[in-house]
Design a protein around this ligand. Structure first.
Ligand SMILES: [Zn+2]
Length: 394
């Protein structure tokens, strides 16, 4: 257990700007529940609250890609202006952030302020409620980054702490950052579907190309970073048959589940870059019976495959987020995402522009255009190895 404790430089916490990958930082998240009435804090007047809350988010992100279906949460215990304990939730089934931080603080938690990026839980799940741990540790007050949209938590954690005489406030200043941290978890909680991001690569003249930019899949590359962040990646059977499956090369990355879409008349699918031992890392979704190699890969034959049912299925399986990779899509795969705007199925778009001019092989190249025009929100861009990356929210 000790190995899960956060190593704690006795420090002044660093601001979060350096912590979140550059093009994921600073984006506000839409939707979600508001802060419960009467809980708004005076955080605006005290920028130390913001500082410690940003440190909570920084800690929470250490477990990026590992916590689903749980959210990422970080916690900092501060006494007399000094950080005395830190912790984060490392993965589902493990204790929550508050438990690690309180353990780290020991007796110093008494009369301290606990900062936690998400409302502490007040229910018995796989671990006892964090509210009880905070009460038992006799913390003086608790600063919460945001309320938990999970209906079994939803302000009950805050109420429990207040009933125990603990002063609770919600850190308004950093609420957007805390929401951004768990945008996928929040989306799944509120909609019952996985948060989906569509990724594609275009040439300078707007043709979809079946490659990614130079170095994008290497350590530090945007594609490698995306794969680390997402619980699953939806790919076409064309891609699975022809190239190595997408792998994140980031340190400590947990690889995403491969969701392979096999539509049409093929009765056989061979995935040459997947070994039999790794068969559980992929599932095949199809509309008609199909033999899959290697043996052991789960095959789900669905009556009617559409993006809506796929995202529901993945959410039920505990995936909060999924990347829809548009490489080697083909017409069948393209039709899956064709109506995403009307049904609000895709939340985010990541487009990469390569510095090449290509010849179109057919009119279906931009088949995922859909039927509605819309501007993207909160757009950010980045340049990497001569390629331009543009991302925004639907
Ligand atoms: Zn908890």
């Amino acid at each position: 257990m000790d190995s899960l404790l956060v190593s704690r430089p006795r420090l002044t916490p660093r601001p979060a700007a350096s912590t979140v990958s550059p093009f994921f930082a600073r984006l506000p998240v839409g939707g979600g529940r508001g802060v419960a009435a009467g809980l708004r804090c005076q955080a605006q007047a005290d920028d130390k609250d913001g500082l410690y809350m940003r440190r909570c988010v920084e800690l929470a992100r250490k477990a990026a890609g590992h916590t689903s279906p749980n959210p990422m949460v970080g916690c900092v215990i501060v006494r007399d202006g000094r950080v005395v304990g830190e912790g984060f939730h490392p993965k589902a089934g493990q204790p929550h952030a508050e438990v690690f931080a309180l353990r780290d603080a020991g007796d110093l938690a008494e009369n301290a302020t606990a900062y936690v990026s998400l409302e502490p839980c007040n229910h018995y799940g796989r671990t006892p409620p964090c509210t009880e741990a905070l009460i038992k540790a006799k913390v003086k007050d608790v600063v919460v980054g945001m309320t938990d949209p999970n209906p079994i938590v939803a302000s009950k954690g805050i109420e429990r702490l207040q009933n125990a005489g603990i002063d609770v406030r919600v850190c308004v200043e950093e609420e957007a950052l805390c929401r951004k941290l768990n945008e996928a978890y929040i989306h799944r909680m509120l909609t019952g579907k996985a948060f989906a991001t569509l990724r594609a690569t275009l040439s300078m003249n707007g043709i979809v190309v079946n490659q990614i930019g130079n170095g994008a899949d290497q350590p530090g590359g945007y594609y490698s970073q995306l794969l680390k962040e997402y619980d699953g990646v939806i790919i076409s059977s064309n891609l699975a048959m022809m190239t190595a499956l997408p792998v994140s090369h980031e340190a400590g990355a947990k690889q995403p589940l491969y969701i392979i879409i096999a539509l049409g008349k093929n009765s056989h699918l061979s995935i040459p870059f997947l070994s039999e031992e790794s068969a559980s890392e992929a599932i095949v979704l199809t509309d008609s019976p199909i033999a899959v190699e290697p043996a052991g890969v789960e095959v789900l034959v669905l009556d009617r495959i559409n993006l809506d049912s796929i995202l529901q299925l993945l959410a039920q399986r505990g995936l909060c987020s999924v990347l829809v990779d548009f490489r080697d899509a083909g017409a069948d795969f393209a039709s899956l995402v064709n109506s995403f705007q009307e049904e609000k199925l895709i939340q985010k778009i990541v487009l990469e522009f390569l510095p090449v001019w290509t010849v179109s092989k057919g009119s279906g190249d931009l088949a995922f255009g859909g039927s509605q025009s819309f501007p993207l929100k909160h757009v950010e861009h980045k340049e990497f190895n001569g390629c331009v990356l543009l991302e925004g929210y639907v």
